[in-house]
Ligand binder design. Structure first.
Ligand SMILES: *Cc1c(COP(=O)(O)O)cnc(C)c1O
Length: 426
Protein backbone atom coordinates (compact mmCIF):
# COMPACT_ATOMS: atom_id res chain seq x y z
CA UNK A 1 0.00 0.00 0.00
CA UNK A 2 2.93 2.33 0.58
CA UNK A 3 2.99 3.46 -3.07
CA UNK A 4 -0.62 4.60 -3.00
CA UNK A 5 -1.95 8.00 -2.04
CA UNK A 6 -3.50 8.73 1.33
CA UNK A 7 -7.08 8.49 0.06
CA UNK A 8 -6.45 4.98 -1.20
CA UNK A 9 -4.71 3.95 2.01
CA UNK A 10 -7.79 5.08 3.97
CA UNK A 11 -9.92 2.66 1.98
CA UNK A 12 -7.65 -0.30 1.42
CA UNK A 13 -4.66 0.03 3.75
CA UNK A 14 -3.71 -2.50 6.40
CA UNK A 15 -5.55 -5.55 5.09
CA UNK A 16 -5.04 -7.33 1.80
CA UNK A 17 -7.12 -10.50 1.57
CA UNK A 18 -5.67 -13.45 -0.25
CA UNK A 19 -7.56 -15.60 -2.71
CA UNK A 20 -11.00 -16.47 -1.31
CA UNK A 21 -10.57 -14.59 1.97
CA UNK A 22 -13.15 -12.15 3.35
CA UNK A 23 -13.21 -8.80 1.55
CA UNK A 24 -13.97 -6.94 4.76
CA UNK A 25 -11.61 -7.18 7.74
CA UNK A 26 -12.77 -10.23 9.71
CA UNK A 27 -13.66 -9.71 13.37
CA UNK A 28 -11.59 -12.35 15.15
CA UNK A 29 -13.90 -12.78 18.11
CA UNK A 30 -11.63 -15.15 19.99
CA UNK A 31 -9.76 -14.71 23.23
CA UNK A 32 -7.26 -17.41 22.38
CA UNK A 33 -5.53 -19.17 19.49
CA UNK A 34 -4.83 -22.85 18.91
CA UNK A 35 -1.41 -24.43 18.32
CA UNK A 36 -0.35 -27.94 17.35
CA UNK A 37 2.62 -28.18 19.69
CA UNK A 38 3.78 -26.53 22.88
CA UNK A 39 6.99 -25.65 21.06
CA UNK A 40 5.05 -23.60 18.51
CA UNK A 41 3.39 -21.65 21.27
CA UNK A 42 6.60 -21.38 23.29
CA UNK A 43 8.22 -19.47 20.42
CA UNK A 44 5.51 -16.84 20.70
CA UNK A 45 6.03 -16.46 24.44
CA UNK A 46 9.77 -16.03 23.83
CA UNK A 47 9.06 -13.44 21.09
CA UNK A 48 10.97 -15.75 18.75
CA UNK A 49 8.06 -15.96 16.32
CA UNK A 50 5.26 -13.47 15.69
CA UNK A 51 1.72 -14.69 16.13
CA UNK A 52 -1.23 -14.63 18.43
CA UNK A 53 -1.88 -16.40 21.67
CA UNK A 54 -4.13 -14.25 23.80
CA UNK A 55 -6.28 -11.23 22.86
CA UNK A 56 -5.23 -9.30 25.99
CA UNK A 57 -1.97 -8.66 24.11
CA UNK A 58 -2.78 -8.84 20.42
CA UNK A 59 -5.57 -9.70 18.04
CA UNK A 60 -5.45 -9.95 14.22
CA UNK A 61 -8.42 -7.59 13.68
CA UNK A 62 -6.70 -4.90 15.72
CA UNK A 63 -3.45 -5.44 13.90
CA UNK A 64 -5.03 -4.98 10.46
CA UNK A 65 -6.48 -1.67 11.58
CA UNK A 66 -3.28 -0.60 13.34
CA UNK A 67 -1.36 -1.37 10.15
CA UNK A 68 -3.69 0.96 8.23
CA UNK A 69 -3.09 3.75 10.75
CA UNK A 70 0.68 3.17 10.53
CA UNK A 71 0.44 3.55 6.75
CA UNK A 72 -1.61 6.73 7.06
CA UNK A 73 0.85 8.30 9.51
CA UNK A 74 3.92 7.07 7.63
CA UNK A 75 5.15 4.96 10.56
CA UNK A 76 6.75 1.53 10.74
CA UNK A 77 4.62 -0.09 13.47
CA UNK A 78 1.42 0.63 15.35
CA UNK A 79 -0.92 -0.78 17.96
CA UNK A 80 -4.48 -0.11 19.02
CA UNK A 81 -5.37 0.60 22.63
CA UNK A 82 -8.68 0.63 24.49
CA UNK A 83 -8.77 4.45 24.54
CA UNK A 84 -6.81 7.57 23.71
CA UNK A 85 -5.92 7.82 27.39
CA UNK A 86 -4.35 4.36 27.27
CA UNK A 87 -2.46 5.32 24.09
CA UNK A 88 -0.95 8.42 25.67
CA UNK A 89 -0.15 6.62 28.92
CA UNK A 90 1.51 3.70 27.12
CA UNK A 91 3.47 5.98 24.80
CA UNK A 92 5.01 7.72 27.83
CA UNK A 93 5.25 4.83 30.27
CA UNK A 94 6.98 2.68 27.64
CA UNK A 95 10.07 4.89 28.06
CA UNK A 96 9.54 6.58 31.46
CA UNK A 97 9.74 5.09 34.92
CA UNK A 98 9.91 6.30 38.51
CA UNK A 99 12.54 9.04 38.52
CA UNK A 100 11.98 10.13 34.91
CA UNK A 101 10.90 13.56 33.75
CA UNK A 102 8.68 14.69 30.87
CA UNK A 103 8.55 18.03 29.06
CA UNK A 104 4.98 18.64 27.93
CA UNK A 105 3.05 21.40 26.24
CA UNK A 106 0.72 23.02 28.78
CA UNK A 107 -2.00 23.17 26.15
CA UNK A 108 -3.29 19.61 26.02
CA UNK A 109 -6.47 17.62 26.50
CA UNK A 110 -7.78 17.74 30.09
CA UNK A 111 -7.60 13.96 30.51
CA UNK A 112 -3.99 13.90 29.38
CA UNK A 113 -3.20 16.81 31.67
CA UNK A 114 -4.58 14.87 34.66
CA UNK A 115 -2.75 11.74 33.55
CA UNK A 116 0.62 13.50 33.45
CA UNK A 117 0.16 16.09 36.20
CA UNK A 118 -1.60 13.92 38.79
CA UNK A 119 -1.46 10.19 38.12
CA UNK A 120 2.00 9.89 36.60
CA UNK A 121 3.42 12.12 39.33
CA UNK A 122 2.13 9.53 41.82
CA UNK A 123 4.28 7.02 39.95
CA UNK A 124 7.31 9.24 40.55
CA UNK A 125 7.39 10.70 37.05
CA UNK A 126 8.03 14.43 37.05
CA UNK A 127 6.80 16.92 34.44
CA UNK A 128 7.57 20.46 33.34
CA UNK A 129 4.88 22.16 31.28
CA UNK A 130 5.84 24.74 28.68
CA UNK A 131 3.66 26.99 26.55
CA UNK A 132 2.76 25.49 23.16
CA UNK A 133 4.18 28.59 21.48
CA UNK A 134 7.26 28.89 23.68
CA UNK A 135 10.56 30.02 22.22
CA UNK A 136 13.43 27.65 21.54
CA UNK A 137 15.20 29.02 24.64
CA UNK A 138 12.17 28.42 26.84
CA UNK A 139 11.67 24.82 25.78
CA UNK A 140 15.39 24.07 26.07
CA UNK A 141 15.36 25.44 29.63
CA UNK A 142 12.67 22.91 30.61
CA UNK A 143 14.89 19.86 30.10
CA UNK A 144 16.55 18.05 32.97
CA UNK A 145 19.14 15.32 33.26
CA UNK A 146 16.32 12.78 33.65
CA UNK A 147 14.04 14.01 30.82
CA UNK A 148 12.90 11.05 28.74
CA UNK A 149 10.20 12.42 26.43
CA UNK A 150 8.61 15.56 25.02
CA UNK A 151 4.84 15.56 24.58
CA UNK A 152 2.40 17.85 22.76
CA UNK A 153 -0.80 17.94 20.71
CA UNK A 154 -0.81 19.00 17.06
CA UNK A 155 -4.02 20.98 17.61
CA UNK A 156 -4.83 21.05 21.31
CA UNK A 157 -8.24 19.98 22.54
CA UNK A 158 -9.97 22.29 23.42
CA UNK A 159 -7.61 25.31 23.30
CA UNK A 160 -6.96 24.84 19.55
CA UNK A 161 -3.38 26.03 19.87
CA UNK A 162 -1.19 24.76 17.06
CA UNK A 163 2.09 23.19 18.10
CA UNK A 164 5.26 24.13 16.25
CA UNK A 165 6.18 20.48 15.76
CA UNK A 166 9.54 21.22 14.14
CA UNK A 167 10.64 23.41 17.05
CA UNK A 168 9.56 20.80 19.61
CA UNK A 169 11.24 18.01 17.61
CA UNK A 170 14.50 19.95 17.39
CA UNK A 171 14.56 20.54 21.16
CA UNK A 172 13.69 16.89 21.90
CA UNK A 173 16.38 15.57 19.58
CA UNK A 174 19.04 17.96 20.86
CA UNK A 175 18.41 16.44 24.28
CA UNK A 176 18.42 12.87 22.99
CA UNK A 177 14.75 12.07 23.63
CA UNK A 178 11.78 11.38 21.35
CA UNK A 179 8.90 13.73 20.56
CA UNK A 180 5.47 12.21 21.14
CA UNK A 181 2.63 13.95 19.33
CA UNK A 182 -1.07 13.42 19.97
CA UNK A 183 -2.46 13.92 16.46
CA UNK A 184 -6.11 13.29 17.29
CA UNK A 185 -7.60 16.51 15.93
CA UNK A 186 -6.02 16.89 12.49
CA UNK A 187 -5.85 13.12 11.82
CA UNK A 188 -3.22 11.98 9.30
CA UNK A 189 -5.48 13.35 6.56
CA UNK A 190 -4.65 16.91 7.61
CA UNK A 191 -1.24 16.51 9.26
CA UNK A 192 1.41 13.82 9.50
CA UNK A 193 3.66 14.80 12.44
CA UNK A 194 6.32 12.21 11.52
CA UNK A 195 7.05 14.23 8.37
CA UNK A 196 7.88 17.17 10.66
CA UNK A 197 10.14 15.27 13.03
CA UNK A 198 7.82 13.56 15.55
CA UNK A 199 9.00 10.13 16.67
CA UNK A 200 5.82 8.66 18.15
CA UNK A 201 2.26 9.63 17.19
CA UNK A 202 -0.78 8.87 19.32
CA UNK A 203 -4.50 9.08 18.68
CA UNK A 204 -7.78 9.02 20.42
CA UNK A 205 -9.43 7.08 17.60
CA UNK A 206 -12.68 7.84 19.44
CA UNK A 207 -12.74 11.14 17.57
CA UNK A 208 -12.50 11.71 13.79
CA UNK A 209 -10.94 8.35 12.98
CA UNK A 210 -14.01 6.48 14.19
CA UNK A 211 -15.95 9.59 13.29
CA UNK A 212 -19.40 8.37 14.29
CA UNK A 213 -19.23 8.37 18.07
CA UNK A 214 -19.47 4.59 18.01
CA UNK A 215 -16.42 3.27 19.86
CA UNK A 216 -13.81 4.50 22.33
CA UNK A 217 -10.29 3.65 21.21
CA UNK A 218 -6.71 4.74 20.80
CA UNK A 219 -3.64 4.11 18.68
CA UNK A 220 0.12 4.49 18.94
CA UNK A 221 2.30 4.76 15.84
CA UNK A 222 6.08 4.54 15.84
CA UNK A 223 7.98 6.43 13.15
CA UNK A 224 10.80 3.88 13.44
CA UNK A 225 13.25 6.78 13.31
CA UNK A 226 14.34 7.28 16.90
CA UNK A 227 17.71 5.67 17.58
CA UNK A 228 17.28 4.15 21.05
CA UNK A 229 20.73 2.58 21.00
CA UNK A 230 22.36 5.98 20.39
CA UNK A 231 20.89 7.04 23.75
CA UNK A 232 21.10 3.65 25.41
CA UNK A 233 21.61 4.93 28.96
CA UNK A 234 18.39 6.92 28.85
CA UNK A 235 16.20 4.04 27.69
CA UNK A 236 17.31 0.87 29.50
CA UNK A 237 13.87 -0.68 28.97
CA UNK A 238 14.56 -0.80 25.24
CA UNK A 239 18.34 -1.14 25.20
CA UNK A 240 19.02 -3.57 28.08
CA UNK A 241 17.86 -7.20 28.35
CA UNK A 242 14.26 -7.78 29.48
CA UNK A 243 14.32 -10.47 32.15
CA UNK A 244 10.63 -11.16 31.70
CA UNK A 245 11.38 -12.30 28.12
CA UNK A 246 14.51 -14.39 28.67
CA UNK A 247 16.83 -11.45 28.36
CA UNK A 248 15.95 -10.16 24.89
CA UNK A 249 16.89 -6.55 24.12
CA UNK A 250 14.08 -4.89 22.18
CA UNK A 251 16.16 -2.32 20.33
CA UNK A 252 18.59 -5.01 19.15
CA UNK A 253 16.11 -7.69 18.25
CA UNK A 254 13.40 -5.54 16.66
CA UNK A 255 15.46 -2.57 15.50
CA UNK A 256 14.44 1.07 15.39
CA UNK A 257 11.38 0.10 13.33
CA UNK A 258 9.80 -2.35 15.75
CA UNK A 259 11.28 -2.01 19.24
CA UNK A 260 8.88 0.55 20.69
CA UNK A 261 5.62 -1.13 19.70
CA UNK A 262 6.90 -4.64 20.48
CA UNK A 263 7.88 -3.57 23.98
CA UNK A 264 4.59 -1.76 24.55
CA UNK A 265 2.71 -4.88 23.44
CA UNK A 266 4.86 -7.44 25.23
CA UNK A 267 5.10 -5.57 28.53
CA UNK A 268 2.40 -2.93 28.85
CA UNK A 269 -0.44 -4.78 27.13
CA UNK A 270 0.57 -7.93 28.97
CA UNK A 271 0.53 -6.16 32.34
CA UNK A 272 -2.21 -3.54 31.93
CA UNK A 273 -4.37 -5.21 29.30
CA UNK A 274 -5.80 -2.03 27.79
CA UNK A 275 -6.54 -3.60 24.42
CA UNK A 276 -9.21 -2.40 22.04
CA UNK A 277 -11.94 -4.95 21.49
CA UNK A 278 -11.85 -6.46 17.97
CA UNK A 279 -15.47 -5.31 17.52
CA UNK A 280 -14.43 -1.71 18.13
CA UNK A 281 -11.43 -2.12 15.85
CA UNK A 282 -13.81 -3.25 13.10
CA UNK A 283 -16.00 -0.17 13.65
CA UNK A 284 -12.91 2.02 13.69
CA UNK A 285 -11.92 0.65 10.32
CA UNK A 286 -15.33 1.52 8.87
CA UNK A 287 -14.65 5.07 10.00
CA UNK A 288 -11.17 5.09 8.50
CA UNK A 289 -12.53 3.96 5.13
CA UNK A 290 -14.23 7.35 4.76
CA UNK A 291 -11.82 9.55 6.75
CA UNK A 292 -10.60 11.31 3.59
CA UNK A 293 -14.18 11.97 2.48
CA UNK A 294 -15.36 13.23 5.88
CA UNK A 295 -12.44 15.43 6.96
CA UNK A 296 -12.83 18.04 4.20
CA UNK A 297 -16.50 18.49 5.20
CA UNK A 298 -15.62 18.88 8.89
CA UNK A 299 -13.06 21.53 7.92
CA UNK A 300 -15.48 23.29 5.54
CA UNK A 301 -18.16 23.46 8.24
CA UNK A 302 -15.66 24.56 10.89
CA UNK A 303 -14.39 27.36 8.65
CA UNK A 304 -17.93 28.57 7.80
CA UNK A 305 -19.03 28.56 11.45
CA UNK A 306 -15.84 30.33 12.57
CA UNK A 307 -16.31 33.06 9.95
CA UNK A 308 -19.96 33.53 10.95
CA UNK A 309 -19.11 33.78 14.67
CA UNK A 310 -16.28 36.21 14.02
CA UNK A 311 -18.78 38.66 12.55
CA UNK A 312 -21.31 38.39 15.41
CA UNK A 313 -21.52 41.20 17.98
CA UNK A 314 -22.24 38.93 20.97
CA UNK A 315 -19.02 37.05 20.37
CA UNK A 316 -15.91 38.38 22.06
CA UNK A 317 -13.44 36.21 20.22
CA UNK A 318 -13.30 33.20 17.94
CA UNK A 319 -10.53 30.69 18.03
CA UNK A 320 -10.07 28.69 14.84
CA UNK A 321 -6.62 28.25 13.32
CA UNK A 322 -8.15 28.55 9.84
CA UNK A 323 -9.09 32.22 10.44
CA UNK A 324 -6.62 34.77 9.10
CA UNK A 325 -6.98 36.72 12.36
CA UNK A 326 -5.82 33.70 14.37
CA UNK A 327 -2.46 33.79 16.11
CA UNK A 328 -1.77 30.28 14.83
CA UNK A 329 -2.83 30.90 11.22
CA UNK A 330 0.76 30.85 9.90
CA UNK A 331 1.53 27.58 11.72
CA UNK A 332 -1.76 26.10 10.53
CA UNK A 333 -0.87 27.05 6.95
CA UNK A 334 2.50 25.42 7.38
CA UNK A 335 1.39 22.15 8.99
CA UNK A 336 -2.13 21.54 7.66
CA UNK A 337 -2.27 21.43 3.91
CA UNK A 338 -5.96 20.51 3.94
CA UNK A 339 -7.12 22.65 6.88
CA UNK A 340 -7.01 21.64 10.53
CA UNK A 341 -10.21 20.21 11.95
CA UNK A 342 -13.90 20.95 12.51
CA UNK A 343 -13.60 22.13 16.09
CA UNK A 344 -14.11 25.83 16.71
CA UNK A 345 -14.02 27.56 20.05
CA UNK A 346 -15.31 30.98 20.93
CA UNK A 347 -15.78 33.20 23.94
CA UNK A 348 -19.09 34.94 24.42
CA UNK A 349 -19.27 38.44 25.80
CA UNK A 350 -20.52 38.11 29.39
CA UNK A 351 -18.50 35.05 30.32
CA UNK A 352 -19.91 31.96 32.00
CA UNK A 353 -23.48 33.34 32.27
CA UNK A 354 -23.77 34.02 28.55
CA UNK A 355 -22.25 30.65 27.72
CA UNK A 356 -24.86 28.90 29.83
CA UNK A 357 -27.74 30.89 28.31
CA UNK A 358 -26.47 30.23 24.79
CA UNK A 359 -26.03 26.51 25.39
CA UNK A 360 -29.63 26.23 26.61
CA UNK A 361 -30.97 27.69 23.36
CA UNK A 362 -29.15 25.38 20.98
CA UNK A 363 -31.45 23.10 18.98
CA UNK A 364 -29.41 21.26 16.37
CA UNK A 365 -26.06 21.22 18.18
CA UNK A 366 -26.27 18.87 21.15
CA UNK A 367 -24.53 19.30 24.49
CA UNK A 368 -21.99 16.49 24.71
CA UNK A 369 -18.64 15.66 26.25
CA UNK A 370 -17.47 14.67 22.85
CA UNK A 371 -15.98 16.12 19.74
CA UNK A 372 -15.18 15.08 16.24
CA UNK A 373 -18.05 12.94 15.09
CA UNK A 374 -20.66 13.24 12.38
CA UNK A 375 -23.15 15.16 14.56
CA UNK A 376 -22.45 18.73 15.70
CA UNK A 377 -22.09 19.24 19.44
CA UNK A 378 -21.11 21.93 21.93
CA UNK A 379 -19.45 22.03 25.34
CA UNK A 380 -18.49 24.58 27.99
CA UNK A 381 -15.12 23.09 29.15
CA UNK A 382 -14.74 25.08 32.38
CA UNK A 383 -17.83 23.44 33.87
CA UNK A 384 -17.26 19.95 32.47
CA UNK A 385 -14.09 18.38 31.03
CA UNK A 386 -11.74 20.86 32.71
CA UNK A 387 -13.51 21.33 36.03
CA UNK A 388 -10.56 19.82 37.98
CA UNK A 389 -8.30 22.64 36.85
CA UNK A 390 -7.67 25.80 38.87
CA UNK A 391 -8.32 29.26 37.34
CA UNK A 392 -4.56 29.65 36.79
CA UNK A 393 -4.31 26.28 35.09
CA UNK A 394 -7.35 27.13 32.94
CA UNK A 395 -5.68 30.38 31.88
CA UNK A 396 -2.37 28.63 31.17
CA UNK A 397 -4.27 26.21 28.96
CA UNK A 398 -6.12 29.10 27.29
CA UNK A 399 -9.63 28.10 28.38
CA UNK A 400 -11.58 31.06 29.83
CA UNK A 401 -14.79 30.23 31.74
CA UNK A 402 -17.09 31.66 29.04
CA UNK A 403 -15.57 29.61 26.27
CA UNK A 404 -17.69 27.27 24.19
CA UNK A 405 -16.17 24.49 22.15
CA UNK A 406 -18.18 23.56 19.10
CA UNK A 407 -17.45 20.45 17.10
CA UNK A 408 -18.83 20.89 13.60
CA UNK A 409 -20.20 17.66 12.23
CA UNK A 410 -21.15 16.70 8.71
CA UNK A 411 -24.52 18.49 8.53
CA UNK A 412 -25.35 21.28 6.09
CA UNK A 413 -23.30 24.29 7.16
CA UNK A 414 -26.22 26.70 6.68
CA UNK A 415 -28.30 24.73 9.21
CA UNK A 416 -25.45 24.98 11.69
CA UNK A 417 -25.20 28.73 11.18
CA UNK A 418 -28.98 29.15 11.50
CA UNK A 419 -28.91 27.26 14.82
CA UNK A 420 -26.12 29.50 16.11
CA UNK A 421 -27.99 32.61 14.95
CA UNK A 422 -31.10 31.75 16.98
CA UNK A 423 -29.12 30.54 20.02
CA UNK A 424 -27.23 33.83 20.11
CA UNK A 425 -30.52 35.69 20.63
CA UNK A 426 -30.34 35.10 24.40
C1 LIG B 1 -10.34 12.65 23.58
C2 LIG B 1 -8.90 12.88 23.55
C3 LIG B 1 -8.01 12.06 24.27
C4 LIG B 1 -8.48 10.93 25.13
O1 LIG B 1 -9.03 9.93 24.35
P1 LIG B 1 -10.15 8.89 24.85
O2 LIG B 1 -10.36 8.04 23.65
O3 LIG B 1 -11.33 9.66 25.29
O4 LIG B 1 -9.51 8.14 25.99
C5 LIG B 1 -6.67 12.31 24.16
N1 LIG B 1 -6.20 13.34 23.41
C6 LIG B 1 -7.04 14.15 22.72
C7 LIG B 1 -6.46 15.24 21.89
C8 LIG B 1 -8.39 13.95 22.76
O5 LIG B 1 -9.22 14.76 22.07
Amino acid sequence: MSDYRLNTKCVQGGYTPKNGEPRQIPIIQSTTFKYDTSEDMGKLFDLEASGYFYTRLQNPTNDYVAAKIAELEGGTAAMLTSSGQAANFFSLFNICECGSHIVASSSIYGGTFNLIEVTMRKMGIDVTFVAPDCTEEEINAAFKENTRAVFGETIANPALTVLDIELYAKAAHEHGVPLIIDNTFPTPFNCRPIEWGADIVTHSTTKYMDGHGAGVGGAIVDSGKFDWMAHADKFPGLTKPDDSYHGITYAEKFGKEGAFITKATAQLMRDFGSIQSPQNAFLLNLGLESLHVRMPRHVENGQAVAEFLEGHDKVESVNYPGLKSNKYYPLAQKYFGNGGCGVVSFVLKGGRKSAEAFMKRLKLAAIETHVADARTCCLNPATSTHRQMTEEQLDAAGIPAGMVRMSCGLEDKQDLIDDLKQALEF
